[in-house]
Design a protein. Structure first.
Length: 131
């Protein structure tokens, strides 16, 4: 999908290709990431959260709120959640959030590469087709 076709503000992005069973969620700068995640509908589909376009790196308090939201999202029926972030400080915060969520029983992974994230999501679900 072209970047211009993607919706910002936490809207779901349309699935494409072999990732059709992975729900995509693009977090923008419109509201806090935790609030965007908390507004999600329950689903059992693997989830790819894309935070690459955030202009500011979440601080400690927001990182803890994101962790709470991820644990809640998983409690609503999700299986695996991959977070896609750009390299650098944002990725470091995402890794910390994933570690904290993992300590609370959530299965969340941090990635800088979309293909790797989709492969990881598909491994557990058996939903990726051979390329």
């Amino acid at each position: 999908a072209e970047r211009a076709e993607q919706l910002f503000g936490g809207a779901d992005m349309p699935p494409t290709g072999t990732e059709s069973r992975v729900q995509r969620f693009l977090c923008g700068d419109g509201s806090p990431v935790a609030a965007q995640l908390a507004a999600m509908e329950p689903s059992v589909s693997p989830l790819l959260i894309d935070v690459r376009d955030l202009s500011e790196v979440p601080g400690r308090a927001e990182a803890l709120e994101i962790t709470d939201a991820l644990v809640s999202v998983q409690a609503l029926g999700r299986r695996r959640v991959a977070i896609l972030a750009r390299a650098g400080a944002l990725f470091g915060v995402v890794r910390m959030v994933c570690t904290l969520a993992d300590m609370r029983g959530a299965l969340v992974g941090a990635f800088t590469d979309e293909e790797s994230a989709l492969d990881w999501l598909g491994q557990a679900e058996g939903q990726r087709e051979p390329t």
